[in-house]
Structure formats: structure tokens, C-alpha cells
Design a protein around this ligand. Structure first.
Ligand SMILES: *[C@@H]1O[C@H](CO)[C@@H](O)[C@H](O)[C@H]1NC(C)=O
Length: 136
């Protein structure tokens, strides 16, 4: 009787284990852009200097590049008081689903966001480059 109980228990565990091991692996459905799973970080840099500003750059293996620098500059508020404002200069580019490279260079300050937009492999930020964009 004891041998049967032990046999039944071991058999039960084996059946359960083979059911788990034999089950198909869970599938992650990433949708039509599933190649995004294979994207690697090619370059990454980030520095935060508090009130002296920040900068970061990253490049991904799918061609995305982004670089931005933020610094504080002196300005006046609406009442003429001295204030510090964040001045941001950045660039990003990526390859769209159509294979085209899209790029944006921008600045942002107390007067708003100022983008410069273009397409094509030249004109925007290139691999290995960092913001700021001195031509902006
Ligand atoms: C855009 O920014 C990159 C560097 O970030 C610069 O090399 C390029 O000249 C800029 N393009 C324009 C049109 O200002």
C-alpha cells in the first residue's frame, strides 16, 4: 500500500513537471514593431550638475540618437526681476518605418520651444555627436 502511494506521488509529480516543461514558452506579442526587442544602447552619457545644468546623449542600435544640454541663464520676469531660466539645446533623430531619417534640432527657453525639423541622413545629429548645436 505504501509503495503504491509513493509511486502515485512520484508519477503525479512527473506528470505535472512534464506538463509544465512540455508547455509552449509564453509568447510576448510585441506587435508589428517586434524588432524593437532587439534594440541595444550603443552610447549613453548623462551628467547632472544641479544648478550648473545637465547634459545627456544616447544612441540606440536602431539609429535613434538624442542629445540635450540644459543650462541656466539670467533673464527677467514680467515684473523686471532678475530670474534664472533653463535654456535647453537638443537634437534627436530616428529612422521611421519608411526607412527615412527624421531629425529635430531644438532650443527651449523662457520664450518657448523652437524646433528645426528635417529629413534625410544629413542635417540632423550624427552618430558620435553631442549637443549643443552651435549653429542653432
Ligand atoms: C542639427 O544639430 C546637429 C548637431 O546636434 C548639427 O550638426 C546640425 O548642423 C544641426 N542642423 C541644423 C540644420 O542646424
Amino acid at each position: 500500500m505504501n509503495k503504491f502511494v509513493i509511486f502515485a506521488s512520484v508519477f503525479g509529480v512527473l506528470v505535472a513537471a512534464s506538463a509544465v516543461l512540455g508547455a509552449p514558452a509564453p509568447q510576448v506579442d510585441a506587435g508589428p514593431r517586434s524588432s524593437a526587442q532587439d534594440v541595444q544602447t550603443v552610447r549613453y552619457y548623462s551628467e547632472n550638475n544641479g544648478l550648473d545644468g545637465y547634459k545627456f546623449t544616447y544612441e540606440l542600435s536602431d539609429g535613434q540618437i538624442r542629445s540635450e544640454v540644459g543650462t541656466y541663464k539670467d533673464s527677467k520676469d514680467a515684473d523686471g526681476n532678475d530670474v534664472k531660466v533653463l535654456f535647453v539645446q537638443g537634437s534627436y533623430s530616428f529612422v521611421g518605418p519608411d526607412g527615412q531619417t527624421y531629425w529635430v534640432n531644438y532650443t527651449a527657453d523662457e520664450n518657448g520651444y523652437h524646433p528645426k525639423v528635417g529629413t534625410g541622413p544629413t542635417g540632423g545629429i550624427q552618430a558620435g555627436q553631442d549637443a549643443p548645436i552651435n549653429s542653432a
